[in-house]
Design a protein around this ligand. Structure first.
Ligand code: TMP
Length: 394
């Protein structure tokens, strides 16, 4: 499917090659039928938007087997508690609150269900099931105009809509923003957090790019996109989650001040974050990063070292497939998610093992794929005395 939000074609500038579904952890018996797509990225000049050119159908990614649970990280649980505390200043007693992509309910459970009417939208059946079990009213469907049409009590009456690491997943952004606008009350607020384009360029964390991450936003692109729907970006606050994210705060096009936004956009313009030139520079940096990590791994192997991967993140699928790193290099990847354990990594087919296996079979070196959870993980694994490394600086 093409990721099209304006009629102006975007300019593809780089391909990461043949890529499988990032969260498509696979059993051996299914290796031969594995799905791949050409992962190409481009830049939409009109909207200053970095995006995938093509992506698999959402149903291929967010299905009954989606293996990502927000609550698997203690750090993220704390983050969502703080995020909810921040968002609560935009609501009052009896306000209606919606979360788009509510996952296992980690964010919404911070709201008092007796004082507010809360509702999550979660398309992955297994994850929505966990949320419902946690007592969070959840609809197991995509958030779009068709699926909110019958929610009469929410239309034009929702004071707060939140999302985290979700909006960049939605190919039909037009439908999504129209849905937000249908639901928001006149003074309602839409808050969402996404990995930040500026941080990805700075860290060369190209593993932020995978099938689910269709768009990589900046304050400039968010401002331009929402303006088309008569909605206004009134603030943007940097976050350190996911290796560098931005929290965007959107209101109807009222008199809200946007002084801070003007500053951020001017900062982005000075840094040429929203330009094809930066994209081409990023491309060069990705190629350098690939050479560097392959050199590192080959040198470790030539010196007889054993390597395992830590955390079978969706991001690791991009790194492993782009750099062609397979089980000749990495013996196994350990992870806490039961849906991934016993399966193999998408495309490169490295075995995924549980933490008990990891602690029984320590290797000389660890490739940290969850580099964005570095503090939490290194703190847990103090016993390991070998070398930690990653493609981004640790
Ligand atoms: P993400 O980077 O896409 O959020 O994926 C996080 C993955 O990392 C998820 O599969 C759980 C795994 N993980 C661990 O195995 N151990 C940990 O300590 C943490 C924080 C995450």
């Amino acid at each position: 499917m093409k990721c099209k939000i304006t009629n102006k074609p975007m300019q593809p500038f780089m391909s990461f090659g043949k890529m499988p579904i990032a969260n498509g952890f696979i059993e051996k018996k299914n290796f031969s039928g594995e799905f791949f797509f050409n992962m190409e990225v481009g830049f939409n000049d009109e909207l200053s938007l970095f995006q995938l050119n093509d992506h698999p159908k959402p149903e291929k990614m967010f299905n009954q087997n989606y293996p990502f649970f927000t609550g698997s990280s203690e750090y993220m649980k704390t983050h969502f508690k703080k995020y909810a505390d921040f968002a609560k200043k935009y609501i009052k007693t009896n306000s209606k609150v919606i979360e788009i992509g509510s996952n296992d309910g980690t964010f919404l459970k911070n709201f008092d269900v007796k004082s507010h009417k809360i509702l999550g939208f979660e398309p992955s059946k297994n994850v929505a099931g966990v949320s419902i079990k946690n007592g969070i009213p959840t609809l197991n469907c995509f958030f779009n105009k068709e699926n909110v049409a019958n929610l009469k009590e929410y239309l034009g009456q929702t004071d707060l809509i939140c999302a985290s690491n979700v909006i960049c997943h939605v190919p039909d952004l037009n439908n999504l923003i129209e849905t937000v606008s249908l639901l928001l009350s006149s003074d309602g607020t839409f808050i969402f957090e996404e990995p930040y384009l500026g941080s990805m360029f700075e860290k060369v964390s190209y593993d932020q790019i995978y099938d689910e991450h269709i768009f990589m936003f900046s304050a400039s692109s968010v401002s331009k996109i929402f303006k088309r729907f008569d909605l206004k970006l009134i603030d943007a606050i940097p976050q350190d989650t996911h290796g560098g994210s931005m929290r965007y705060i959107i209101k109807r096009n009222t008199n809200n001040s946007d002084q801070n936004i003007k500053k951020i956009i001017s900062f982005e313009e000075k840094g040429k974050i929203n330009s094809l030139e930066s994209c081409l520079n990023f491309k060069k940096n990705c190629e350098i990063s690939k050479e560097k990590i392959l050199k590192k791994i080959r040198s470790l192997k030539n010196n007889g070292k054993t390597i395992c991967g830590y955390a079978a993140t969706s991001k690791s699928t991009t790194v492993l497939n782009y750099c062609n790193i397979n089980s000749n290099y990495i013996d196994f990847i350990c992870d806490t998610t039961k849906e991934k354990i016993g399966k193999f990594s998408p495309g490169m087919h490295i075995p995924i093992k549980d933490m008990e296996y990891f602690h029984r079979n320590t290797t000389d070196c660890i490739y940290l794929f969850a580099w964005n959870h570095k503090n939490e993980i290194l703190n847990k694994e103090k016993e390991f005395k070998g070398e930690w490394f990653s493609h981004v600086e640790l």
